[in-house]
Design a protein around this ligand. Structure first.
Ligand SMILES: [Zn+2]
Length: 98
């Protein structure tokens, strides 16, 4: 094995082949996942548009619910998260030293 002068070149070549194969597989997996996400988004969007025409009252309620939840989260979590951020800055000490 070690006596063969081509053995190490073969191992390096096999390593590069493995890297290339892995990269292709990973890229393909990512591409397929992204395409599935895109198709899902498109079908959901179409359904929501259809429902906006066929069931406008329900859609109005849906949108109101989403916005009211976002608004509540912003008022409750938002302020305490901001406080935590400021506290962590103080622990860092860099900006409060001045
Ligand atoms: Zn809807």
């Amino acid at each position: 094995m070690a006596s063969n002068p081509h053995a190490s070149a073969l191992v390096v070549t096999a390593g590069f082949a493995e890297i290339a194969a892995g990269s292709i597989a990973m890229g393909l997996g990512g591409y397929l996942a992204a395409r599935t996400d895109l198709e899902h988004y498109a079908s959901e969007r179409e359904r929501e548009i259809r429902e906006t025409v066929e069931l406008p009252d329900i859609e109005i309620e849906e949108v109101a619910k989403v916005f009211s939840r976002l608004w509540t989260e912003r008022r409750t979590n938002g302020s305490s998260r901001h406080r935590d951020y400021r506290k962590s800055k103080k622990l860092g000490g860099l900006h409060d030293a001045v």
